[in-house]
Design a binder for this molecule. Sequence first.
Ligand SMILES: [Zn+2]
Length: 252
Amino acid sequence: MPEGDSLHRAASRLQVLVGEQVEVETPHPRAAVKGLAAQLDGRRLEAVDAVGKNLLLRFEGGLVLRSHLRMSGRWRVEPRGAARVGKPWLVLRGPEHEAVLWSGAVLELVGDRAGPRLGPDILGEPPDYATMLRRLRGAPQERAVGDALLDQRLVAGIGNLWKAETLWEARISPWRQLSELADDELRASLEAAHRLMRAAVEGTRPLRHVYRRPGRACPRCGGIIRSAPQGPHARTAYWCPQCQVGGNPPAS
Ligand SMILES: [Zn+2]
């Protein structure tokens, strides 16, 4: 069983990634179903601490990933792109290093104890749409919907890919303010997020219509897909200005 000191050693090895924006992958199927990659990919890793028998990885936006190693789990830090055999639970990839978790055992997102609690889980069965709507309506209504959907205190679980694909599916511009959207429209986009993410969890390979496709043609209307940073963490929004109209997109 990993002892406290090996956890502290793992925490100190992981410090090379602190401050970096990380690419996140969950190659192991048992880790993939948790939807962690979608929530964490592209976020800055702010801190790594060993607390008791847990390693707590704190990401921007108040998300904390708890890793408990149990009997066989181990963290390795390797140069970016190092060759490996097998499917690790988690890979956090920075510009120069990647941290790799083997045999995850316990791997879960927990709310930041110092910060606000997470909103209802979009992958809930069934999802608590009423509370999500209440929280979205409790947020400043001048916030753009594309920014609000990534706020884990309002709705937990929607990452940057699913934000883009969900709003495209619902034909809603990420730049429209919450105040400009009817409850029906917000609810339809939450339902789309649940449907798309559920299908991905169950193994359907997600079709990307706009995510990371700037400059290409919208598969629905042929408009040219745009991208621009959005929200306090400047995460990239992708949308088709021809069939997702309205709001205040930045000038192209
Ligand atoms: Zn379009």
